[in-house]
Ligand binder design. Structure first.
Ligand SMILES: C[S@@+](CC[C@H](N)C(=O)[O-])C[C@H]1O[C@@H](n2cnc3c(N)ncnc32)[C@H](O)[C@@H]1O
Length: 254
């Protein structure tokens, strides 16, 4: 059986079920309260050039624009989602404050419109970074974001946390036994990966522990500044909690 690759993930995000799910969130949810709080805290200059990786259907980029941010570049590698992002932005009245681009986070050199812009900050929200299969590839994406950011720029990322709850820890102990016996899902790339299907389509997700992200930030040039679980930052609405499980927010600085 073939391992999950970035092509698998891209196809899953271009699938109509996923497109409807993320488009609905972009239209009706917008920024989460926790995102809004951290963005205001760490990205105070609303005119500074910011880069959003994995923008999907535009939930966060259009949300940022609604918060007054005027110099946004947002990219994704799923064309169907990008189409939805462009159309949402046009419907909401965005003029030239957001540029949507097609790009793969692991190699931004191929995205020529990015040119040699140095961004004042970068975001990879809603666990998008963790949907890149392979730790080396996730590190490549972190390195690319570091390369295109100016010195002092903040990075805001979310991930799951494998060790957060007793239930999760018990589940991952069972998964450890599966990997020790070689009984894991053969499509998975690494321990910590999950690949599942539900009414919103198929999802690949790597669930790291805290030590892994601290090590990856350090290995890619980022200085860790802050991390906390979402529930410690804000109480989200039921709609947001239905859309997305608990996650850990990370802020790092170049
Ligand atoms: C969970 S979705 C989040 C979408 C949007 N940011 C939101 O919060 O609704 C993750 C996004 O990351 C994108 N993504 C995953 N891997 C990527 C890569 N290597 N390059 C660019 N985008 C990627 C997916 O296409 C998807 O749109």
């Amino acid at each position: 059986m073939r391992k999950i690759s970035s092509e698998t993930v891209r196809a899953d995000f271009n699938d109509p079920l996923a497109v409807v799910h993320y488009t609905r969130a972009a239209h009706f949810l917008g920024l989460w309260e926790s995102e809004r709080i951290l963005i205001e805290r760490h990205f105070p200059d609303r005119t500074a050039p910011l880069l959003e990786a994995g923008c999907g259907a535009g939930r966060a980029s259009v949300g940022l624009w609604q918060q007054g941010y005027t110099n946004l570049t947002a990219f994704d590698f799923a064309e169907e989602l990008l189409d939805q992002a462009r159309s949402l932005a046009a419907n909401r009245g965005v003029k030239n404050e957001i540029t949507f681009l097609s790009a793969d986070a692991t190699d931004l050199t191929k995205c020529h419109p990015l040119g040699d812009t140095l961004f004042s900050g970068a975001l990879f929200l809603f666990n998008g970074l963790m949907q890149i299969p392979g730790r080396a590839n996730r590190q490549m994406a972190l390195r690319e974001l570091h390369r295109v950011c100016a010195s002092g720029a903040p990075l805001l990322v979310t991930t799951h946390d494998r060790d957060y709850s007793p239930v999760e820890r018990a589940m991952w102990r069972l998964e450890t036994l599966r990997w020790e016996r070689g009984d894991q899902d053969p499509r998975l790339v690494e321990f910590g990966d999950r690949y599942f299907a539900d009414e919103h389509g198929r999802t690949f997700m790597h669930l790291p522990d805290r030590a892994e992200i601290l090590a990856d930030l350090a290995a890619t040039g980022w200085t860790h500044e802050f991390d906390a679980m979402r529930a410690e930052i804000a109480r989200e609405s039921d709609a947001v909690r239905d859309f997305s499980d608990e996650c850990r927010f990370w802020v790092a600085r170049k």
